[in-house]
Design a protein around this ligand. Structure first.
Ligand SMILES: [Fe+2]
Length: 205
């Protein structure tokens, strides 16, 4: 039997990202939204095991969308919690070292990258994510978007997420209402570039 997913702990308190992201949003986002993806993935996984044991091809195929959606939701949110940090723990401090240099080389400046991610996030219709990605095959940084809960890897098997921004309404609406651009502007104040640098340096030592 496959091991079940579990909801990871947040590495900080729910209110620790204020004022950029309210404690109420963080609590609901983690305890309700992410938890539901975990619960529903585990349910679908159990059903998949039953279907596989019966060699029930149509049931196996029918479960794929639930596995992708809820599994993607778990993968994406698990990254998102880590790629944010309270200001007291370095949130918002610009990237240093090799990642900082690579951002300047690829996008011109950090400000240009932020502008690009905010524009693509704001332009994304419906729900989805905007990513700073590393293509580990070509050792190149790029900005990508994914719809719904599709994880970045659905855009290419060599893509590694360095930072993801959740642009679902559930990530900002309680605090920012329809002002998605304000949410996108403020989230950089709690961006954990240390996390992004660690992932980058692991892939590009
Ligand atoms: Fe979310």
């Amino acid at each position: 039997m496959a091991e079940r997913l579990s909801l990871p702990e947040l590495p900080y308190d729910y209110g620790a990202l204020e004022p950029a992201i309210s404690g109420e949003i963080m609590l609901l986002h983690h305890q309700k939204h992410h938890k539901t993806y975990v619960t529903n993935f585990n349910k679908a996984l159990q059903q998949l095991e039953d279907a596989v044991s019966k060699s029930d091809a149509s049931a196996i195929v029918q479960l794929q969308s639930a596995l992708k959606f809820n599994g993607g939701g778990h993968i994406n949110h698990s990254i998102f919690w880590k790629n944010l940090a309270p200001v007291s723990q370095g949130g918002g401090e610009p990237p240093k070292g090799s990642l900082g240099n690579e951002i300047e080389k690829e996008f011109g400046s950090l400000e240009a990258l932020v502008h690009k991610m905010n524009s693509e996030g704001a332009a994304l219709q419906g729900s989805g994510w905007v990513w700073l990605a590393l293509d580990k095959e070509f050792k190149r940084l790029l900005v990508e978007t994914t719809f719904n809960q599709d994880p970045l890897v659905t855009k290419g098997s060599s893509l590694v997420p360095l930072l993801g921004i959740d642009v679902w309404e559930h990530a900002y609406y309680l605090q920012y209402k329809n002002a998605k651009a304000d949410y996108l502007a403020n989230i950089w104040k709690v961006m954990n570039w240390n996390y992004a640098s660690e992932v980058y340096e692991k892939e590009c030592p």
